[in-house]
Design a protein around this ligand. Sequence first.
Ligand SMILES: Nc1ncnc2c1ncn2[C@@H]1O[C@H](COP(=O)(O)OP(=O)(O)OP(=O)(O)O)[C@@H](O)[C@H]1O
Ligand SMILES: [Mg+2]
Length: 552
Amino acid sequence: MQQGQPMIVMSEDSQRVKDKDAQDYNISAARAVAEAVQSTLGPKGMDKMLVDSMGSVTITNDGVTILKEMDIDNPTAEMIIEVAETQEDEAGDGTTTAVAIAGELLKNAEDLLEQDIHPTAIIKGFHLASEQAREEIDDIATDIDTSDEELLRKTAETSMTGKGTEVNKEHLAQLIVEAIRQVTVEDENGDNVVDLEFLNIETQTGRSAGESDLLEGGIVDKDPVHDNMPRSADDADILLLDEAIEVEETDVDTEVSVTDPDQLQKFLDREEKQLREKVDTIADLGADVVFCQKGIDDLAQHYLAKEGILAVRRAKKSDLEFLQEVVGASIVSDLESATEEDLGFGDVTRDEEDELFYVEGEDAHGVTLLLRGSTDHVVDELERGVNDALDVVAQTVSDGRVLAGGGAIEVELAGRLRDYADSVSGREQLAVEAFADSLELVPRVLAGNAGLDSIDTLVDLRAAHDDGDITAGLNVFSGDVEDTFEAGVVEPAHAKEQAVTSAAEAANLVLKIDDIISAGDLSTDKGDDEEGGPGGAPGGMGGMGGGMGGMM
Ligand SMILES: Nc1ncnc2c1ncn2[C@@H]1O[C@H](COP(=O)(O)OP(=O)(O)OP(=O)(O)O)[C@@H](O)[C@H]1O
Ligand SMILES: [Mg+2]
């Protein structure tokens, strides 16, 4: 190997940012993401309107939805978005909180870096603090009786607030708790196991959210294929079919040349026969109702109607899968090999107003939450809010630990972490303290979003906690510091543990990086007139922040 000559291993187009510049670049990218969602936190948080490249609009308050819909093209920003995604997968709620805390951790880390504290000390301190925080959360959390429906309703309401459910949240919370109760079973150890597979959510535009309902069984939002078919069927044998009731097409392109009318007739007869046979097979199986995922030929529709069979075509795959559980059927993908065993059993009734079928099984294994709202945008946001609340109630039922919300848990944790910091030696101590400060972002933002003074609120909250009021939080509706647990602002402990852990891990991941080597241009907003070189990289992020600023 040659000596004394630097070896060039990177291509000309690649860009490299090192040390302090790399940290600056990453931290500002991460913070831009966190700041983009902060204004949505809490019941008084605002919504965002996102327009994708096809022009379709999403209006939402949901952190993870905002971040997923935003067209972000920056590697660091994507790491922070992963925090939201993990939070969504693990806890279903708290995505805004997790991302906001991650951003604040990095902001505070930046100050420590300015003071020449080495990143590894900060990383160690953050790690210690997050471990300690988990222990403290477990200590602070209240164990509840998981059959306490009133408390479960409160957790549902807390998680739904701010997500377009305001007026009807009591009714919805009731439905959500009932839905979860229906799909909860006890395992051999006596623990609650919630199986959300048995819970289906359907949305309907037209009426108000207050008319949402919980139904035993499933829904098929389709019309019968033929007017002369029965509209409903009690005690019906139900076939779920994943095969078209149409003439089978050959795999190869064929051309049929017909030389005389007889031949044509024969050809048509053959097609007719094929359809007739398919319908006969269905009738012989004893099916009264067919939910078909594929198409049904006009002629076959006619035959089915003559047989008195209710048939629906192009049913949604997810609906059929859910109906399998409800009526105890298996989806048939080859009619010829189908047996009676594959059929399910239940009642199919028609709701003429909503133009859909209700399908109820013998001993229904599944329930459907039918959400209604006046317009598509309303229903979509309602669905996101309800989904969060379902996860929250499911977690509370299986985990049984809850916390006081409205910033109460964050302020209590911060206080305890500051005490803990005294026991940590070296520079890590400063990082633990910075971690504590970062958690207090939550009450500050909750207050700010509600138009209250965030400093005053934080001072009041700290004072209350110093006096031993563990559950003192901010009630954003009254603006007062009060016992939020009593006031019904209750959150599952698991979600908070997850938020704190993933925020800390993401921050540490970002802090560990001292060198960014990119195959292409690092800046995101190429149209912007920004300075080049490493210094230009954070500028690129500025472009992103600016872009989002315009959106808010
Ligand atoms: N009535 C209330 N008063 C004060 N704070 C409340 C109230 N209801 C809910 N909160 C607080 O609002 C926060 C949750 O807000 P929000 O649902 O907007 O964000 P998130 O759960 O972190 O993220 P997302 O729901 O977008 O996934 C929690 O800290 C919760 O304690
Ligand atoms: Mg929430």
